[in-house]
Design a protein around this ligand. Structure first.
Ligand code: FE2
Ligand code: FE2
Length: 308
């Protein structure tokens, strides 16, 4: 057998292994519905300036997440919708609608959250303008399948962080109730819909190479961006709190986190790394990280607040 034949045979084995694993997890997923809720939160008006346990660096870290989310969610929705016409599976078509509704709710809720950050003096509009342009450029130049593969990877990262937030509730100690409820709700819905983009990519023929190569390129670009672009943004004041103080300039060290949450950070790092690595296994499916327990627990406590 020639080298090319061996490579093709290996690739075919990998694809078959992946397909078998995906079928198994699709069955598991079919037992969990993606709920469209009408989120109702207490207003964020009284949110303290450093709302993560009074810590500047951690607050800024979470604020940046929140600032990226509205445009990020819109990009995720568009990247799934771009290929919806090629989906035949009726369950998956329903899932696409539920996924889009949940992400649209997240975008809207984070815009409200970010309005409070604006009051705290953050350059919310400048940041939003930047992220809008960023996703516009990404969308303009990437083929639909690659843009979707990028969404699949981002959804995996989000789902891992979401599971981590529920698995290690100690990390949320010191958060005001309204902020904790808000992030918990978003995290649960991320876990609920975590396989939708993946299943859509699989149905349109995006396999192991498409998703891992896209993830690899994205990680490389992030490293370049963090090394070269982020300092420029900070100099321009886009990632800093213009005016009185500049929390983005205070980075959070692992030592500092360990001091704040003794014993938890090591477990957290181990969990995140193990879950992250799974993405690069040939037979990966998002439901290999089984977090139904956390979704169920949250649902039991929050039935009154959800529109189930
Ligand atoms: Fe979301
Ligand atoms: Fe999501």
């Amino acid at each position: 057998m020639s080298t090319t034949d061996t490579a093709v045979a290996n690739r075919s084995d990998t694809d078959q292994e992946e397909q078998a694993s995906v079928s198994k997890y699709l069955v598991m997923r079919s037992h969990l519905d993606i709920v469209n809720r009408k989120p109702t939160f207490e207003p964020f008006d009284d949110l303290p300036r450093y709302w993560v346990d009074g810590h500047k660096g951690l607050t800024q870290f979470n604020n940046i997440f929140s600032l990226v989310i509205p445009e990020g969610e819109k990009f995720f929705i568009r990247s799934v919708m771009r290929v919806k016409k090629d989906i035949k599976d009726p369950q998956l078509l329903d899932d696409i609608i539920s996924f889009s509704k949940q992400e649209a709710h997240h975008a809207k809720a984070h815009i409200e959250f970010n309005n409070v950050l604006r009051k705290h003096g953050y350059d919310v509009d400048g940041f939003t303008k930047f992220t809008k342009r960023y996703f516009y450029v990404v969308e303009k130049f990437l083929p639909a399948k690659i843009a979707l593969a990028l969404t699949v990877f981002m959804e995996h990262l989000t789902a891992v962080m979401a599971e981590g937030a529920h698995r290690f509730p100690e990390l949320q100690e010191g958060l005001p109730k309204e902020a904790r409820d808000f992030w918990d709700w978003h995290a649960v819905e991320e876990m609920e819909h975590k396989s939708v983009a993946f299943d859509v990519l699989t149905e349109i023929g995006g396999g192991y190479f498409t998703r891992t190569l896209t993830a690899g390129i994205f990680i490389t670009l992030c490293i370049i961006s963090m090394t070269f672009i982020t300092p420029v943004l900070m100099i321009l004041g886009m990632m800093t709190n213009r005016g009185k103080d500049k929390p983005a300039e205070k980075s959070v060290t692992l030592k500092e986190l360990e001091a704040m949450r003794p014993g938890v950070m090591g477990e957290w790092n181990k969990f995140v790394w193990q879950s992250f690595k799974k993405y690069f296994h040939p037979g990966f499916h998002p439901w290999q990280n089984d977090d139904i327990e956390y979704i169920t627990r949250w649902r039991e406590k929050n039935t009154l607040r959800s529109n189930e």
